[in-house]
Design a protein around this ligand. Structure first.
Ligand code: KG4
Ligand code: ZN
Length: 343
């Protein structure tokens, strides 16, 4: 791979190739992260400061508190990343930062830190879409190359994406209401699990009977999803116990079975229709045990299946650096602003 990027002020062209070191910063939600990645695939430093403990007591992320915490943590994670990789700022080829979608106050902290470093060392700045970063987590330590079908499942998004090349991708299906991670967190909250409930619900589900309760699968467009009906059905199920002790493990397992089999069916259909031979799982919910299991079972039909290592599923900066290296970036200028939603 060979890319030419201009520096911000001096317009000096910089070549990005296999040996390039990209430092990236991620601060779109409740993780302050910094990483240094060589050639898009080799992680030299991966530092993540999580705010989960702080937001736990509120049952969710409070944007103002999150932004303040990013300010506290940003210099610490940057220094730690240089130390872990054993390099100094002038040895970095380009600086990348997530510009959206996410919480605006949070994004501003990371993006401005990355722009500042780029200016200080006279290097290019590369702005990254957080969703592309989640996809790029699959490039780390692998030989993956497009084309592939991707299932992106996070706290804010649920999409099936046709990734035709590094510069051409199409969202062919998405949720019309809740994202998968959001549905997990809401149902987890309903049954009394602390924030973020997704991983805890997953853990309980592994010990329950997935066929104990029949929950509804939404009837929506070919590749689209809807999880709000399922959430309501879970609420009704919980209420039906009328204060009696809940069969928590069975409820979790039944919910997990419904979600994962919907995702599986739609992804399999997309693979058949596109005739692509590779499938990629991405986003925080890619850490889910049953969703991983079902998507990996597509290997039985001859598809090559990729999912990020656990530490690269939830928000981190290595995936941002990898996206900066591989994908065609449209945000690499000093004027780029953060954005909360994809327009
Ligand atoms: O990608 P991510 O770190 O942040 C966003 O960009 O949204 O995803 C966080 C989401 C949360 O909703 C969290 O509950 C969910 O991913 N999550 C899981 C699991 N691990 C994380 N959901 C279900 N099962 C898991 N094992
Ligand atoms: Zn994310």
């Amino acid at each position: 791979m060979n890319k030419i990027k201009n520096t911000l002020f001096s317009n000096r062209p910089v070549t990005i190739d296999n040996n390039s070191l990209i430092m990236a910063i991620e601060s779109s939600c409740d993780e302050t992260a910094c990483a240094i990645v060589r050639g898009g695939r080799e992680v030299l430093a991966n530092v993540v400061a999580s705010q989960i403990k702080i937001h736990e007591e509120y049952g969710g992320v409070i944007p103002e508190i999150a932004a303040r915490e990013h300010l506290e943590a940003i210099n610490v994670v940057i220094d730690e990343a240089y130390k872990q990789a054993g390099v100094s700022g002038d040895k970095i080829t380009a600086y990348a930062g997530t510009v959206g979608p996410g919480l605006v106050g949070c994004l501003l902290v990371g993006m401005n830190a990355a722009k500042t470093l780029a200016l200080a060392y006279d290097k290019p700045f590369i702005g990254i879409n957080h969703l592309n970063a989640h996809l790029a987590a699959n490039f780390i330590d692998t030989d993956l190359e497009p084309p592939f079908v991707a299932l992106l499942v996070s706290g804010g998004h649920t999409q099936i994406i046709k990734v035709n090349s590094y510069s051409d991708m199409q969202i062919i299906g998405e949720t019309i209401d809740d994202a998968v991670g959001e549905a997990y967190d809401k149902v987890a909250r309903l049954i009394g699990l602390p924030y973020p409930g997704g991983p805890k619900l997953d853990k309980l589900a592994q010990e329950g009977n997935p066929f104990a309760f029949k929950l509804p699968e939404a009837k929506v467009g070919e590749y689209d999803f809807s999880f709000s009906g399922l959430k309501t059905a879970a609420l009704r199920l919980v209420k039906s116990f009328d204060g009696k002790e809940l069969p928590l493990k069975d409820i979790c397992a039944s919910f997990q079975e419904t979600v994962s089999s919907t995702l599986y069916k739609k992804v399999k259909h997309a693979l058949e229709e596109t005739a692509y031979s590779q499938v990629v799982l991405a986003g925080g919910v890619a850490a889910n045990s049953e969703i991983r299991k079902k998507i990996f079972s597509l290997g039985d039909f001859g598809y090559k299946v990729y999912a990020p290592q656990m530490k690269y599923c939830t928000d981190n900066a290595s995936m941002v650096a990898s996206a900066a290296y591989f994908f065609e970036n449209t945000f690499d200028n000093i004027d780029v602003e953060v954005f909360s939603r994809v327009k």
